[in-house]
Design a binder for this molecule. Structure first.
Ligand code: HEC
Ligand code: HEC
Length: 381
């Protein structure tokens, strides 16, 4: 996004508590249908029937705030780290699937699991239980299930550039910006191969070496299914058409294509068996016969009834202290909470407290939440 107003003059104002505010100056005020789109010096110009990025009228801000200074070229450079679908911001580099596999195991598998299977609150990086031959992969469901695709890179993301940028700037989670450009290319190659995507009609085998040029040729299956084309003459029509087709965001049933399907929507078998809990149960066919699948813990006995729901809905915040939540496995954290009595802890889990959303954002019944809390406590002794 930043690129498009590079031409603009930028000024930086440092406000209290170190907050940085950028003001960008647009060329002139622009009106859509004779109306200014947004007031307060911000306008969305309309060009060829399309709304473009906003412009901020610096004069208006000067008059109001009387503060700020032009951003230095280095400040702009530090901000300007986007990677765009057209290749802007994407550096040269290279890496093979095999190299990516090794880096992945060392730096990513701890959270994203073997083969990018995800689980325990960490997003999957492979397409998982998406079906073969699925027409559209856009899906409004938050969680994947056996009926449809899940919101992962391979099936949901419309542009590959985001993958490169996301890994480079955000991963591995505890040490962002620690990977070299070549390592990021290798990881992208590995993740693209996990998702069975082709580049220029070619599958990515272990020796495949990805580089900038090849990366830019990767077309995502969901490139046209992510959002309807809302701009231009046919914008309204396109939008209607998009939302009338349930396969664009839900799954159309076998019988009545006008009704959204909740059950038994597909004939045949999913290509991959369900991914559950902390790993992959079984692949049909196996993605790789070289690696061992994650081992189940031995002697654990019957699974605690709260375990699954904990992993699906609570681990994302409770597995680490990143969110300020009591960490499952940390005895002290839980002793503190339990000092108020178990009923209070149940109550807070059900009704929420500070950063803890009511029922952890789920709609599970109270009894189930208590069961999950019991599980969390049982793991923290
Ligand atoms: C300490 C745990 C951790 C490690 C290690 C880690 N990640 Fe992540 N990763 C996460 C979390 C948590 C998210 C979700 C962040 C969010 O949604 O805000 C995520 C998200 C992602 C996403 C976006 C997925 C999506 O569909 O939204 C990608 C891609 C990714 N990680 C790649 C990597 C790669 C490659 C590595 C190794 C270099 C790595 N991660 C290491 C925790 C981790
Ligand atoms: C969005 C992040 C988030 C999710 C998801 C989440 N929690 Fe929490 N939880 C928190 C935070 C943050 C706290 C600490 C709140 C505080 O006391 O300030 C917390 C606190 C708690 C506590 C301690 C309450 C007390 O009495 O101190 C329990 C129990 C709990 N969560 C259970 C759950 C359960 C069960 C789920 C899943 C159904 C869940 N949480 C999902 C963030 C989360």
């Amino acid at each position: 996004m930043f690129k498009s107003y590079r031409k603009a003059i930028l000024s930086v104002a440092l406000l209290a508590a170190g907050t940085t505010v950028l003001f960008a100056e647009g060329a002139s005020r622009t009106y859509a249908n004779g109306k200014k789109v947004i007031d307060g010096g911000v306008t969305y110009p309309v060009k060829n029937g399309m709304t473009s990025l906003y412009h901020v009228n610096e004069e208006a801000h000067k008059a109001h705030f009387k503060l700020g200074r032009p951003a230095t070229p280095d400040e702009i450079k530090a901000w300007d780290i986007d990677v765009m679908p057209d290749g802007t911001g994407l550096p040269e580099g290279h890496g093979t699937v095999e190299e990516g596999d090794e880096i992945y195991e060392e730096k990513c598998a701890a959270c994203h699991f073997d083969f990018g299977a995800g689980g325990a609150g960490y997003p999957a990086l492979q397409k998982g239980n998406a079906y073969e031959g699925q027409k559209s992969l856009t899906n409004q469901r938050v969680d994947g299930n056996d009926e449809g695709p899940i919101r992962v890179f391979g099936t949901y993301w419309p542009r590959a550039s985001t993958l490169w940028w996301y890994i480079k700037t955000g991963m591995p989670h505890p040490h962002p910006m620690s990977l070299t450009d070549n390592e990021v290319y290798a990881l992208c190659a590995y993740i693209i191969s996990l998702n069975e995507l082709k580049i220029d009609g070619e599958e990515l085998d272990e020796e495949y070496e990805l580089n900038r040029e090849k990366f830019l040729k990767l077309e995502m299956p969901n490139k046209d299914g992510f959002v309807p084309k809302i701009d231009g003459k046919n914008g309204l029509e396109n939008t209607r058409k998009f939302f009338n087709d349930f396969t664009n965001y839900g799954i159309a049933p076998l019988k009545d294509p006008k009704k959204r399907c909740m059950k038994n929507c597909f004939k045949g078998k999913p290509k991959l068996a369900r991914i559950s809990g902390s790993g992959i149960s079984d692949y049909i066919p196996p993605i790789s016969n070289k690696k061992e699948l994650p081992k189940k813990k031995e002697g654990a006995g019957a699974e605690h009834p709260g375990k699954k729901a904990y992993e699906a809905s609570c681990a994302v915040c409770h597995a680490t202290d990143a969110m300020g939540a009591p960490v499952v496995g940390n005895k002290k954290d839980w002793e503190k909470r339990l000092a108020n009595g178990i009923e209070k802890v149940y109550h807070n889990a059900i009704h929420g407290i500070n950063g803890m959303p009511p029922k952890g954002g789920t709609s599970l019944p109270d009894d189930k939440i208590k069961e999950v809390v019991d599980y969390m406590i049982s793991q923290s002794k």
